[in-house]
Design a protein around this ligand. Structure first.
Ligand SMILES: [Zn+2]
Length: 124
């Protein structure tokens, strides 16, 4: 598949002052305590992302977004939920709180993230 050693890793900003996480990693400051950006370190996502909600979108929300597609609310860390594209053909295999894996789609040198369900039982 698309896995390779230099695949981008989903990162978040971790606050050295209060320990909270912010997203994106280039955040201007800590969303929890307001510490300035120099208190933040970009670290890999601290836990397995989980699916908190999802909806099928039938009209083009953004240029190039294939429709229909599934948009989910993904919990990246305690208190941090982001809307993201879910890499499935339809909602039928999705359930709330299921674990997800971040996949980078690199376009024009910039990573866009989508999330795919983690196969339970090990097989991918
Ligand atoms: Zn903080």
């Amino acid at each position: 598949m698309s896995d390779s050693l230099d695949a981008p890793v989903l990162r978040m900003a971790h606050c050295a002052r209060c320990g909270a996480y912010s997203y994106p990693p280039e955040a201007w400051g800590c969303r929890a305590c307001g510490a300035a950006a120099d208190a933040l370190d970009a670290v890999p996502c601290p836990e397995t992302p989980r699916l908190k909600n999802f909806v099928t979108v039938h009209s083009e929300l953004a240029p190039g977004l294939p429709v229909p597609c599934v948009i989910g609310e993904v919990a990246l860390a305690p208190g941090v939920v982001e809307e993201a594209l879910i890499g499935v053909a339809d909602e039928s295999g999705l359930r709330l709180d299921m674990p997800l894996r971040a996949e980078a789609l690199v376009e024009d040198g910039r990573a866009r993230w989508r999330f795919v369900p983690v196969a339970e039982g090990g097989a991918a």
